[in-house]
Unconditional design. Structure first.
Length: 74
């Protein structure tokens, strides 16, 4: 036979699970010491800066690829 489900209990259980998920996220965010948060932010900023420094920027009017510049010289 089919198990009878109380919709009120199911709804409350779902809400409780969502609140617990939010609480876990808040514990991670607010539970870490300030020094560790600052360290994590500094590491993220440094990695972003290194990535930005290594990007190759092209001029907007230069739409040629590297191979095209060699064929123009012939």
């Amino acid at each position: 036979m089919v198990e009878i489900v109380n919709l009120r209990r199911a709804r409350k259980a779902k809400a409780k699970a969502e609140k617990e998920k939010t609480a876990d996220a808040n514990r991670l965010l607010h539970g870490t010491p300030k020094a560790l948060r600052n360290l994590a932010q500094a590491r993220k900023d440094r990695s972003d800066q290194l990535l930005t420094d290594h990007k190759i920027e092209r001029a907007e009017d230069d739409n040629r690829s590297v191979g095209d510049s060699q064929s123009d010289q012939k």
